[in-house]
Design a protein around this ligand. Structure first.
Ligand code: PRT
Ligand code: ZN
Length: 289
């Protein structure tokens, strides 16, 4: 497949990242026709096309310039040692690559991995970690169902992706050491791109930043006695200074602001103590800086 005049973005065809990747692109204003069971989908409102492929192929397609951008786990890009530029962490698909071993076995800490057989789909990252630790272990490359290999005596331990840890537990394994933290990232080819594509990428990055900030923020409105405004401004960790509007009721004002969602419950109690009432919290669709 040769390079395209449209900005070509690779996403996972069918897996954990597919829906969230499409959601992210739609959130920043791109519109697509039906994408299920398609290899290539054109964007209706930008000169963009999506290539839907296995996540393992994304770093290489981007490295080779077949695609200009890719949405893929940091774990895959690192394992493939792809020569690409990471543009942005996308705040989904969080997981870690971890060493794990049978719960009641002899392997209890990292040094116990010396001279063991470790099954993994990530031989590069696993060996790199062992090398850093001065440990000699043999990796057995397995493409799926890594967690059953100790039971089958194909390996003594494993190095696999973990998120909740329930797969390890269900297979009688315990996590010994995370070796790589991952989330989905936007990667860009290092091949030279025409100015129009670079400008479009810049535009998308600004939109992603706005949408990520909006997702983590809430619009807060409340009524409060005018003489508590200073105290409220101190409490609200707003992104911008709050708007204060007079109300028909004497000595009362309305206060509007944007706050990080994480802070909401922390400040809620304190706000009530200042005499604030009618506190309303609204989601924010997008924020442009
Ligand atoms: O077909 P294709 O090759 O595209 O898909 P795939 O099967 O290789 O990948 P997929 O869809 O399973 O995962 C895509 C990406 O999602 C990974 O490369 C990671 O970046 C990210 N991710 C996030 C995960 C997980 N969480 C995850 N939990 N990838 C895999 N898992 C698996 C893990 O392999 C293990 O089997 O889930 C199990 C562990 O989950 P817990 O919750 O039980 O710990
Ligand atoms: Zn894969």
């Amino acid at each position: 497949m040769e390079s395209s005049s449209s900005l070509r973005i690779a996403i996972q065809k069918n897996g954990r990242l597919t829906e969230k990747s499409i959601d992210l692109l739609e959130n920043i204003g791109l519109r697509f026709d039906e994408y299920k069971n398609r290899l290539m989908v054109r964007c209706r409102n930008f000169d963009v096309e999506l290539l839907l492929i296995r996540d393992d192929d994304i770093p290489e397609y981007v490295q080779d310039g077949v695609c200009d951008l890719g949405l893929v786990g940091a774990n895959v890009t690192a394992e493939k040692q792809a020569d690409v530029t990471v543009l942005r962490d996308l705040d989904f698909g969080y997981c870690r690559l971890s060493l794990a071993a049978p719960k009641n076995g002899d392997i209890k800490e990292v040094t116990d991995f010396e001279s063991t057989r470790v099954a993994t789909s990530y031989p590069v990252l696993t060996q790199k970690y062992f090398q850093e630790q001065g440990i000699t272990a043999r990796t057995v490359e397995i493409s799926g169902a890594v967690e059953i290999t100790p039971t089958l005596d194909v390996a003594d331990a494993i190095c696999d992706i973990v998120s909740s840890g329930s797969t390890l537990r269900a297979n009688g394994l315990k996590e010994i050491q995370p070796i790589f933290q991952s989330q989905t990232q936007m990667i860009k080819t290092n091949k030279e791109l025409p100015q129009e594509k670079l400008e479009l990428i810049e535009k998308f990055l600004i939109r992603i930043e706005g949408s990520q900030t909006a997702e983590k923020s809430r619009y807060i409105m409340m009524n409060a006695p005018e003489n508590s405004v200073e105290e409220i401004i101190r409490i609200i960790p707003s992104l911008k200074s709050p708007t204060v509007l007079p109300l028909a009721e004497k000595d009362m004002v309305a206060i509007h602001s944007v706050i990080p969602i994480k802070k909401f419950w922390d400040v809620m109690e304190q706000l009530k103590e200042t005499g604030a009432t009618g506190i309303v919290i609204l989601p924010i669709e997008n924020m442009i800086f």
